[in-house]
Ligand binder design. Structure first.
Ligand code: ZN
Length: 134
């Protein structure tokens, strides 16, 4: 009994680690993809010299959109700060960038539940790999 439980615990620990590793890999892959797609520059001001961040339009904790390229844009450090401190201006910027269709897509997708099981993560990673190869 006790041996069975500790084996279960070991299995659980490994699964948690595998999931964390997958999430880190996927974050890196999609971030590299978006940087390349956006030409390694800030899409708001065109800056290439400043630090360029990959910004999640809908926050990262929403897993149904975390690795969706439509939810990610490059912003330089200045524009990232601007976005965080100028709610109205940022919203106008998003409307111009995404248009109604894009805004609606993110709103709908953000309500979907993505179960972060290892199986789901790995199949999502395959999708990311395909996207990166296009
Ligand atoms: Zn910028």
């Amino acid at each position: 009994m006790a041996a069975g439980r500790s084996l279960e615990k070991k299995y659980h620990r490994e699964e948690v680690k595998d999931r964390k590793d997958a999430i880190l890999r996927m974050d890196k892959k999609i971030s590299d993809y978006v940087r390349k797609r956006d030409g390694n520059k800030c899409i708001r001001c065109g800056n290439v010299l400043n630090r360029i961040d990959v910004h999640h339009i809908k926050r990262r904790s929403i897993y149904s959109l975390r690795w969706d390229e439509k939810n990610l844009i490059t912003l330089c450090l200045n524009c990232h700060e601007w976005a965080q401190n100028n709610k109205e201006g940022y919203e106008d910027f998003l409307w111009l960038l995404l248009e109604t269709k894009g805004i609606e897509y993110l709103a709908i997708k953000s309500r979907e539940y993505f179960k972060t099981s290892l199986t789901n993560l790995l199949s999502k990673e395959i999708e990311i790999d395909k996207l990166c190869q296009e």
